[in-house]
Design a protein around this ligand. Sequence first.
Ligand code: DP6
Length: 419
Amino acid sequence: MAEESQKWVLMVTAQTPTNIAVIKYWGKRDETLILPVNDSISVTLDPEHLCTTTTVSVSPAFDQDRMWLNGKEISLSGGRFQSCLREIRSRATDVHDKEKGIKITKKDWEKLNVHIASYNNFPTAAGLASSAAGFACLVFALAKLMNANEDHSQLSAIARRGSGSACRSLYGGFVKWIMGKDEKGTDSLAVQLADEKHWDELVIVIAVVSSQQKETSSTTGMRDTVETSLLLQHRAKEVVPKRILKMEEAIKNRDFASFAQLACTDSNQFHAVCLDTCPPIFYMNDTSHRIISLVEKWNRAAGTPQVAYTFDAGPNAVLIARNRETAALLVQKLLFCFPPKSDADLNSFVLGDKSILKDAGVESLEAIESLPAPPEIKDPSQRHRGDVSYFICTRPGRGPVVLSDESQFLLNPETGLPK
Ligand code: DP6
């Protein structure tokens, strides 16, 4: 180590996307190692709209590992953080920063402490898989800092120890988490099926649904399901393996009809498995059901699927439109059914890629009020004002990257403390 000065601080900043599963992970065969009962497939969301940025730093002056999330210090004592830190440290190699005159050997990493600061560019409370992007970013950034020469799949197996779905955020585009067979979990990792350019017509609209209900966490929910649901066993053994193959084909061939049919059916089966749990778990609410019904009726009337829906462990809808034209229609229909409260402003009601609003011809609150009623709606006089808190328009996106622009670093380069 560079002994001449104990003051040096070395840091790396990375940005990692979140992901949405189209074939769901639900149920673990090993709780500590986070090994799933089935494979899953996800779409990575564009980090421009939904991502985690993490700065990790090391200095001989740090007396313990510390972490700040969205500006607030949080504890690193949990088993999941500890597993990720331990696994990455054990893969650290020599680092030589010639510019700063810093040399850290493989052995030094055992004694050195790290500071970590992480920030989500979307509301953490919205229930949008912040832990997936968070753990993926933590592992990816630490691997760069510690010069751990693992490939993304090997890193995904470490991120998996933080949160199962995090392993799929190590890649952009379309990603499969292979459940693996090994008891120790060495082969339970993510692989990329296709990058984000492969199918770039897809447009994703997320409806963040208003809800006061405290939801059951994924971890607790899936534990109860594994213990009590027979349907889960049938799903994991008989249904998912076949569905995974079909979904891989659909992605490869950009076959939207199959993609949508598989994604919707799988989301519905995941929620059926939640209902089959004792005590039953309800993640979707009336608004979620209204969105499903709207999409189902539209798809049926069109003769071929226009939009796919999928719901995770909460009421938010993730809607995948086959192209921009369909996405514009989708936004019109959604804004008709779920207009904002009268005191809202359009800029904070539709986030992300706002150009969809222009395509939809909705550029003011007045325009929302005069939208035509979608034919799928039974009673057009009933609009569910305020039932969706806001929408995020996005698309499939890229995997993790290192950021070199110092203005994006979350820790002060001199002190290693939050800026
Ligand atoms: C419904 O990855 O959050 O989003 O592994 O216990 O941290 P833990 O659970 P988590 O579960 C995600 C469940 C899901 C489906 C999915 O993302 O595949």
